[in-house]
Design a protein around this ligand. Structure first.
Ligand SMILES: NC(=O)c1ccc[n+]([C@@H]2O[C@H](COP(=O)([O-])OP(=O)(O)OC[C@H]3O[C@@H](n4cnc5c(N)ncnc54)[C@H](OP(=O)(O)O)[C@@H]3O)[C@@H](O)[C@H]2O)c1
Length: 271
């Protein structure tokens, strides 16, 4: 068994929890330390995530986190980066911080490779759709692309992008879109109740529809799927005609665009 690398996770909120809970890959390949402003909160986090035998608390003094020869996973709020002094140079810094560029990050934390991630909350079930941008800063050592991808794939699927700006763009497709889909699910549940189904019946039918849809989407384009279930003059096309008249597709694109713009604004606002 090769020696484990060290992974320092900074932050113990929802995203850290989603990534680490039941993550076999990370705990097989890394010795994991959790760090952050409040060590008593880290203990609670370790218990909540069931990591008592797997992760250790990294106590910090004078706001200093030693990172030499370690990998670091930043999971704090964007302004949280300023709360710490990172001592030494990390191998890889993985950051989920929305709106914090690698240029900004590199002013506070030194690393051979910077990796920006835009995961989504499906990391909890190891199904996050995660855009990944990798920027090497060390010309001597080549980037270990395989292990970067393996780490990100450990909580879902990594989609590598070749331009940092596309990390924000992925807020449209995946970062925020689960909430948009939740709104659609809620509308369909309401519609079922409106038509006479009970709440539990409507919820069960919508959940199963989403599950079936997700599976079919793996092999079929949405467009092909739409036509496959729209018979001429039939029920589905009658409903689709209303959605087109009401501009649902345009509204969804506008909403996604607004979410990306908001990330850009937050990135520019004083931290
Ligand atoms: N949730 C998502 O779906 C999602 C998706 C993509 C990216 N992200 C990114 O993930 C990061 C964490 O989000 P989250 O959902 O996990 O938030 P969260 O549950 O609110 O957790 C925030 C974490 O940041 C720490 N923190 C907050 N303010 C801080 C400060 N000023 N200095 C140091 N630490 C501070 C908190 O600890 P204390 O306040 O106790 O110190 C906590 O550990 C954010 O940067 C966000 O942009 C989240």
């Amino acid at each position: 068994m090769p020696t484990k690398r060290t992974l320092i996770v900074v932050g113990y909120g929802n995203m850290a929890k989603a990534i680490l809970t039941q993550n076999t890959y990370i705990f097989t390949h890394y010795e994991v330390f959790i760090s952050g402003r409040h060590s008593e909160k880290i203990d609670a986090f370790i218990q909540e995530c069931g990591l008592e035998q797997k992760a250790k608390v990294l106590e910090i003094h004078n706001r200093e986190i030693p990172i030499e020869n370690s990998d670091v996973l930043l999971c704090v709020k964007p302004k949280g980066l300023e709360s710490f002094v990172f001592v030494g140079r990390a191998n890889c810094v993985y950051s989920v911080l929305a709106g914090i560029s690698i240029t900004e990050m590199s002013l506070r934390i030194q690393a051979s490779t910077y990796i920006r991630l835009m995961p989504n909350i499906a990391a909890y079930v190891k199904k996050s759709a995660t855009a990944v941008y990798i920027e090497p800063r060390d010309s001597k050592n080549s980037v270990d692309l395989e292990s970067i991808k393996a780490l990100v794939d450990s909580f879902g699927k990594a989609v590598i992008v070749d331009n940092e700006s596309l990390i924000n763009a992925s807020i449209a497709t995946s970062g925020s879109s689960i909430a948009f889909l939740a709104l659609i699910a809620e509308s369909l549940i309401d519609a079922g109740i409106y038509e006479g189904l009970t709440y539990p019946q409507s919820v069960a039918l919508v959940k199963q529809t989403f599950e079936g849809f997700a599976d079919i989407l793996q092999d079929k384009d949405p467009n092909a799927l739409k036509y496959a279930i729209s018979s001429p003059g039939g029920t589905t096309i009658a409903g689709l005609a209303i959605l087109e008249q009401e501009g649902v597709k345009g509204a969804m694109m506008k909403a996604a665009h607004q979410a990306v713009q908001r990330a850009l604004e937050l990135g520019k606002s004083p931290k």
